[in-house]
Ligand binder design. Structure first.
Ligand code: ZN
Length: 380
């Protein structure tokens, strides 16, 4: 709720929420006068999932009463969605909805590349990275100015951040320009930090004939070793010989290969539209039961999707905490009976702390901005 302090009047009431209720009943255009009203409705309706939408010109709950065209999305966080299923052609360990600690490295790389670009190239400040609860991550960019960005600006940003092009039928999906754009060369430096450990050792992409054929398919014929009757095979042997060390042999080609294997693959449609809804942080994923928790990007390498609390682990922890309370009721000291907020007694607490830090940063920035504006007015 702290986020709404000092905000434009009526802003919260114009925000769309949508609920997924029992039996997949999907209710859009819900809106609430105050955060407390949303809280009450959540307790009453017990939605299976909550999605957050745009801030509209009018209250979403009244959108039916307006003449057509009057109801417009005005503001929305810029959001990004990276989903592991989009990497199926370049991960050997898992497919579709599965993930493991090996391929999770792809999400770590995606976050580092995108987050660096957001801050250094696009100048944004407030990013909240969230684990989706299953096989991907979301990013919410919440700066005041960014929330006002148009759809076409958002599309341009998605284009800027996209490099891997083409669907299942496209073999070679990365083609670098010469000279390489600084965004790409900086991203490549990040990929290089992981490539050997992740791709050469972890995924063992040169480990068998089938997987090196996939790599070889990305190398143009003319740079393969000359004088061989079976070029692909020769290069393959060469690669296997250099084996688990860095691939250095072919000029710029290996850069395109590294990027095809590791560069972030965005679901652009989620980012482009202002009225696209995205699952709220702290939702429970319906398939895994895992909570969609914020990721502390200062400790990104330590984030483990398999250690994230699930709805059943949280219920168990709360039951245990309640049992402890009952034991304490028999004690003399009333201090020991003082209750702390329930979530703080569960393994969700550190993730809530990440969220609180994010909100506190936004509040601090807003206070600074208000102060700066009032100082400016004082000068005139
Ligand atoms: Zn995997």
């Amino acid at each position: 709720w702290a986020v709404t302090r000092g905000m434009e009047k009526g802003y919260f009431a114009r925000r769309e929420f949508s609920f997924t209720l029992r039996d997949d009943i999907y209710v859009r255009y819900q809106s609430f006068e105050r955060p407390q009203d949303l809280e009450k409705e959540l307790q009453k309706a017990c939605p299976y999932k909550v999605d957050i939408g745009a801030v509209y010109s009018h209250r979403p709950s009244q959108h039916n009463t307006l003449r057509s065209g009057a109801f417009q999305a005005q503001e929305k966080e810029l959001v990004f969605d990276v989903d592991m299923t989009d990497y199926d052609d370049v991960r050997g360990c898992c497919s579709s909805a599965e993930i493991c600690s090996k391929c999770w490295t792809l999400m770590t790389i995606a976050i580092r590349i995108l987050d660096r670009a957001l801050v250094e190239d696009l100048g944004v400040q407030h990013r909240l990275w969230v684990y989706s609860g299953r096989r991907g991550v979301h990013c919410w960019v919440c700066d005041d100015t960014v929330r006002k960005w148009s759809s076409s600006l958002r599309s341009s940003i998605v284009d800027y951040l996209s490099l891997v092009k083409g669907g299942a039928d496209t073999v070679k999906k990365v083609h670098l320009s010469d000279p390489v754009h600084p965004f790409i060369s900086k991203s490549l430096r990040l990929v290089e930090e992981y490539f050997e450990q992740y791709a050469l050792l972890g995924q063992d992409i040169l480990g068998c004939r089938e997987s090196w054929d996939k790599v070889l398919a990305l190398v143009p014929e003319h740079i393969l070793l000359p004088g061989s009757s079976c070029l692909s095979l020769r290069l393959g042997e060469g690669l296997a010989a250099v084996g688990k060390s860095r691939v250095r042999r072919w000029g710029g080609q290996e850069q395109e290969i590294m990027l095809q294997f590791c560069f972030p693959r965005l679901d652009g449609n989620v980012s482009k539209g202002l009225n696209h809804l995205l699952k709220s942080p702290f939702s429970v994923h319906p398939k895994t039961g895992r909570i969609s928790v914020p990721i502390d990007i200062q400790r990104l390498e330590q984030f483990d999707p398999f250690a994230v609390p699930t709805i059943s682990s949280l219920c168990r922890e709360l039951d245990e905490a309640n049992d402890e309370d009952k034991d304490k009721e028999n004690e003399e000291d009333p201090e020991s009976r003082r209750r702390v907020r329930d979530y703080k007694r569960t393994s969700l607490a550190p993730y809530v702390r990440v969220f609180e830090c994010f909100v506190e940063d936004m509040e601090r920035a807003r206070r600074g901005e208000l102060l700066r504006r009032s100082d400016l007015q004082g000068d005139f």
